[in-house]
Design a protein around this ligand. Structure first.
Ligand SMILES: [Zn+2]
Ligand SMILES: [Zn+2]
Length: 143
């Protein structure tokens, strides 16, 4: 699904002089297909199903680091999980609404970066992520 997003990611990397290698691309695709945040080991499981040789965890961590550094994905620190960015190439603060019951997260990108104006001198901002924890509409519905 969402091939357009992968194309967007590819163009974004090219513009930065970076390469979206097949593994990086596949990890991003897995995140996009998941519909919910995934931890590194869940990603490894999917990769292992792709072809019989299971990649080593450091390989996946490096791919994830790349996606984070390029702003193609965000990390939910409280869950140690990752989700694809929905506003690739836009300077934004990723506001992540995380449901503590089902674990689903939605990104609402906020224009601008709050920390930019308040950063300590010389501090280079790479990513601003805000976690908003609560219970989603689906989980709040009475059973
Ligand atoms: Zn984002
Ligand atoms: Zn929920």
């Amino acid at each position: 699904m969402e091939r357009a997003k992968l194309g967007e990611a590819e163009r974004h990397c090219a513009a930065q002089g970076e390469r979206l290698t097949p593994l990086r691309r596949r990890v991003l695709e897995i995140l996009q297909d998941a519909g919910q945040p995934l931890g590194a080991y869940a990603i490894l499981e999917v990769l292992a199903r792709d072809d019989r040789r299971r990649p080593l965890p450091p390989t996946v961590y490096r791919a994830l680091d790349f996606l984070l550094a390029q702003g193609l994905a965000h990390k939910i620190h409280s869950q140690n999980a990752f989700l694809p960015c929905c506003a690739i190439g836009r300077v934004h603060t990723a506001e992540l609404f995380v449901c503590r019951r089902c674990g689903v997260a939605r990104e609402v990108p906020q224009d601008g970066e709050v920390a930019r104006d308040e950063r300590p001198p010389g501090f280079e901002v790479e990513a601003v992520v805000l976690e908003v924890r609560g219970v989603c509409g689906g989980c709040r519905e009475p059973a």
